[in-house]
Design a protein around this ligand. Structure first.
Ligand SMILES: Cc1ncc(COP(=O)(O)O)c(C=O)c1O
Length: 363
């Protein structure tokens, strides 16, 4: 049996830089991954525990309360109206969905999946697991006359923090509808706009209130510090969601019942989201200033959890330069060939570690 030819897991190649950064007398400041560091709020932990005595299997579709909670969160936080709660489907974090979505929708060999030029690596993995081809393209022009089966969008972007405006998103949706192409928007950073206001693909200004052919993928990892719980959901076109539900029921892709409860409570809590946003906003300003004062240019980065920074040199040179100062970041090449002169600096470190990074940059 042959294994699917997947790319090497990119973070393994950071081992040398990690060793160098860890040799710093003050220890490494790890800004190479977007993993939350602030605690899970007490009431979310209580929600998780409150149903931990239930012995039976949970439903793949999630509790009605979870689905209602997702619908109201999208309306309150992002102005998305008109979603039928039946068209909400919880996922075990969003990474598994990203990795399996093309396969779950029946995309296969001979078909093409479009991903952003600079992209979260799992979009490519998902296309390869389905046996499909990958095309990196940021514009309809770059797609040309081809008719892909599925187009991934990611705004705010990992890694660049770029926000796609409603006009851009609408053009993609119109183009896709004319060609019967599914558009999937990964919106896991939607609540983290700093200089731009990110828009959901399901927002009426983009979708016109018609969700046909559209899916929005959401995660609670970053907005509610729930990366360890594995908590996300997908919504949009009721027909597509119902196809996903059918396959996921057969395949046992079920969110554990306690996590479903945690998702329900977290999606109802805008106050905690505001607190967490404040933390990231502060860390972002500290890192942005420290980098800019020390010869870096920051590109895009209007939203999301990363600064897309460059010193105008090969990205590995920058990774090593920072590692010598005890700071670990990811080279832009992890996200696509166009990232060769950038590094991705995550905002997910404690205030103490972020202050340490700023001190080290100041020399
Ligand atoms: C763009 C993007 N999508 C999806 C994910 C997956 O997040 P999770 O599986 O924690 O929901 C990440 C994680 O960093 C991401 O950056």
């Amino acid at each position: 049996m042959s294994s699917t030819a997947l790319p090497d897991f990119p973070w393994d190649s950071l081992a040398g830089a990690k060793t160098a950064a860890s040799a710093h007398p003050g220890g490494a400041v790890d800004l190479s991954v977007g993993t939350p560091v602030d605690p899970v709020p007490g009431h979310i932990r209580e929600a998780l525990a409150s149903v931990s005595d239930i012995p039976g299997y949970p439903t793949t579709h999630g509790t009605p309360e979870l689905r209602e909670s997702a619908v109201s969160a999208l309306a309150r936080r992002h102005g998305v109206t008109g979603i039928d709660p039946a068209a909400v489907l919880p996922t075990i974090g969003s990474k598994e969905l990203v990795a399996w979505l093309p396969r779950l929708l029946g995309v296969g060999p001979g078909e093409t999946v479009v991903i952003p030029e600079l992209a979260y690596p799992t979009y490519e993995v998902g296309a390869l697991l389905a046996g499909a081809s990958v095309l990196r393209a940021d514009s309809l022009f770059a797609i040309g006359p081809q008719r892909p089966s599925l187009v991934w969008l990611n705004s705010p972007s990992n890694p660049t923090g770029k926000v796609l405006g409603a006009d851009h998103l609408r053009k993609v949706v119109e183009w896709a509808r004319e060609r019967d192409v599914v558009v999937v928007s990964d919106e896991c950073y939607l609540a983290l706009g700093w200089e731009g206001e990110p828009v959901s693909i399901l927002h009426p200004s983009v979708s016109g209130g018609d969700f046909t052919g559209l899916l929005a993928v959401h995660s609670l990892s970053k907005s509610a510090n729930l990366a360890s719980y594995r908590a996300g959901f997908v919504t949009g076109d009721p027909e597509l969601v119902s196809r996903l539900l059918e396959v996921r029921k057969h395949a046992g892709m079920i969110v554990p019942r306690p996590v479903q409860e945690a998702i329900t409570v977290a999606l109802a809590d805008d106050d905690f989201l505001a607190v967490q946003r404040e933390r990231y906003a502060r860390r972002r300003l500290t890192l942005q200033k420290a980098l800019q004062d020390n010869g870096f240019r920051i590109d895009d980065s209007e939203a999301g959890l990363y600064l897309w920074a460059t010193r105008g040199e090969d990205s590995w040179q920058t990774v090593n330069w920072l590692a010598e100062r005890g700071i670990l970041v990811a080279p832009g090449t992890f996200y696509g060939p166009r990232g060769g002169e950038h590094v991705r600096v995550a905002l997910t470190a404690t205030d103490e570690r972020v202050a340490a990074a700023a001190d080290r940059l100041a020399g």
